[in-house]
Ligand binder design. Structure first.
Ligand code: GAP
Length: 449
């Protein structure tokens, strides 16, 4: 993980944010290559789950929604983590995590029992080693904000959305009234979500501000949903493979009855083998008609679907495949990282799948001070730019340029040399095999596809 974090900073993928002000915990900036990787992953997701499917449409809702949305969804009362403070060093921790580590018992949601464990002296503060704890309290994870505040007036409280899903449910009626969707169909959205995590960390794994890619897939309550649920799991895993994940690094965790929300018929986390253990990457939940029913109740609107064939009206049930974008990026980075020995030196390669690599082709003139080579290289760059994400690099010797592109994860490097000026051929060098091949410029685009 340390190697990934350092490569990300050195090569412009991800920077710790606000560094010039001494840093700001758990916030990161996607740098020039990181932002490309992020865009490519979003595009891949949108293509797989929206553009390539006939049963999906997309929306893009706001981050600040009507505050009643969060009452209806249950977030204002239930979106809580258990926290405990060390009275000596004043650090705050997730109580259930510390209890689990110390006793192996999962006491999520059981505040009194957890308080008793802390009082029994079994748990030392991970920061200062003392055992002087507050009682365990519930902490709402939604970020509050104030709207239209004029000094002296009472503020209108609003929240930064803690998930993108609710922005989809509240537009259900608009989508069915304005499009030709028929059950089963899904609405997708990619966007920011905010959670006041007590302990963020592990680089971009747990952030306070992150992006989700979510789908609410509406089905007829009478349909047999089990097969469709399994199909969604397969689609979600397929997406993980497209990021570069290996089969053996994925596993399922099915939420047992006592941990599952009362309205959910089934919930499965797809976990990835991160350097800090198997942890949730994506989730899939059967949410029944809970959300639409609650929004119907709180808004007073009918959120029903009319089946044109049977003339039946009903509230659909929902399958919710959810994906964390930042965790997807972390998986792509971890899965791509390789070190290998080449001629007594360590070569670091980010072997991204070609369609998500930030740069697909790098174009080099052999020498930067030979005008005719540079002009030809610019011509090739201009030609490839129409089809690929291309970078022009004339800095340093060719070996160094190859190493730099290996660390960025560029699948191909194209070198323009003196022979090019004679016979219009160039050298293509493959990132993974390091093999070099001579091809005609006219065949180049095909050779790189
Ligand atoms: N609408 C359902 C929902 O939000 P979730 O399991 O709380 O479910 C969905 O979140 C996904 O969002 C997770 O599988 C994870 O990939 C990502 N995620 C959740 N909390 C996160 C955080 N603090 N930082 C980064 N990603 C997070």
């Amino acid at each position: 993980m340390d190697k990934i974090v350092s490569l990300c900073k050195r090569r412009g993928f991800i920077f710790p944010c606000s560094e010039i002000y001494g840093g700001f915990a758990n916030s990161y900036t996607y740098g020039p290559y990181g932002v490309e990787l992020k865009r490519n992953i979003k595009d891949l997701w949108w293509k797989m789950f929206v553009s390539d499917r006939e049963d999906m449409v997309g929306i893009d809702g706001p981050i600040i929604l009507h505050p009643k949305v969060w009452e209806a969804s249950g977030h204002t009362t239930n979106f809580n983590d258990a926290m405990v403070d060390c009275k000596k060093c004043k650090n705050r921790f997730r109580a259930d995590h510390l209890v689990d580590e110390a006793t192996g018992e999962d006491m999520e949601g059981k505040l009194d029992e957890m308080t008793a464990v802390f009082a029994s002296g079994k748990i030392s503060c991970p920061n200062c080693g003392k055992k002087d704890w507050t009682e365990v309290r519930s902490f709402n994870m939604m970020f509050e904000t104030k709207m239209n505040t004029v000094s002296g007036e009472e503020a209108n409280m609003a929240y930064l959305r803690p998930e993108t899903a609710q922005a989809i449910f509240i537009e259900f009626k608009n989508v069915i009234d304005s499009t030709r969707v028929k059950l089963p169909f899904g609405i997708a959205q990619i966007g920011k979500a905010f959670r006041n995590e007590i302990v963020a960390g592990n680089f971009i794994f747990r952030l306070r501000e992150f992006e989700q890619m979510e789908i609410e897939y509406f089905i007829n309550p009478k349909m047999k949903w089990e097969k469709m649920f399994n199909d969604w799991l397969v689609f979600q895993e397929e997406f993980a493979y497209r990021l570069g994940a290996k089969k053996e690094d994925l596993r399922h965790y099915e939420h047992p009855d006592e941990k599952r929300a009362f309205y959910s018929k089934k919930t499965i986390d797809i976990e990835y083998n991160f350097p800090f253990g198997f942890k949730e990457l994506f989730g899939l939940a059967h949410r029944s008609d809970y959300d639409l029913k609650r929004h119907a109740e709180f808004s007073g609107q009918k959120l029903e679907y009319l089946d044109q064939e049977t003339n039946e009206k009903f509230i659909p049930h929902v399958l919710e495949p959810t994906f964390g974008l930042d965790r997807s990026i972390l998986v792509a980075l971890l899965a791509a990282y390789r070190e290998e020995e080449v001629e007594g030196e360590v070569r670091t390669v980010m072997a991204f799948p070609k369609d998500i690599a930030p740069v697909q082709v790098a174009v080099f003139p052999l020498l930067k001070n030979k005008e005719n080579l540079v002009a030809k290289a610019r011509e090739v760059f201009g030609m490839l730019k129409k089809e690929f994400r291309v970078e022009f690099d004339d800095n340093g010797n060719i070996g160094k340029r190859y190493r730099r592109q290996d660390e960025i994860g560029t699948p191909y490097c194209v070198t323009i040399d003196f022979d090019t000026l004679e016979d219009n051929t160039v050298t293509i060098r493959d990132r993974d095999t390091m093999k070099q091949e001579r091809v005609k410029i006219s065949d180049l685009a095909e050779g790189l596809s």
